[in-house]
Design a protein around this ligand. Sequence first.
Ligand code: G6P
Ligand code: MG
Length: 210
Amino acid sequence: NRPAYIFDLDGVLVDTAVFHYQAWKRLANQLGFDFTVAQNEQLKGVSRVESLEKILDWGGVSKTEAEKLALAQQKNDWYLEMVAQMTASDLLPGVLDFLGQASSAGKKISLGSASKNAPLILEKTGIARFFDAIVDGNEVTLSKPNPEVFLCAARKLGFPPEDCLVFEDAEAGVAAAIAGGMDVIGIGEEGALPEANVLVSDLSKLLQEK
Ligand code: G6P
Ligand code: MG
């Protein structure tokens, strides 16, 4: 029963993993190699540049810094074409009600995401209004499992780490929360995220009875 909640974005509030997957796959195919769903799993919580580094590595391709910048830009352009179509119907189950109940209960709410597109996605899906603070890839440089993104969110909300509860779907994100001294609710299928304090399949499982 913590006073502050910190939410990861992709995979917790919205299912953008499939958009990331499609855009990265298109890029990989253009470079002459394939990109699998299993590889995409390993990129959850990983920043755009670091994701690209890994993909080039997997494909056995090396590029100059300038080329990498252009490739990351290309991937993001494709990704944004899909994000442009997003609406509240792209929220994961229970998200709208859970955020509503949390804010009615007086919880302070922050985003803690590696995505530079986070503000746009919150606007498109209509949930920006629930957030007291936003920490995203535009201001944080150290990727999860480094706890920087969550510590920064805690600071913005004005609470010490032990007063914060993190909601995460990525292994790296769960590790980041723990490294930051926070409890964490894992969002995933049974058997996933063994380090999380609690595991649920989605936020609808955490709704208060009405
Ligand atoms: C989240 C996703 C990652 C993505 C990262 C950066 O952490 O789980 O798959 O690479 O955000 O997203 P961006 O929107 O900035 O490319
Ligand atoms: Mg995530």
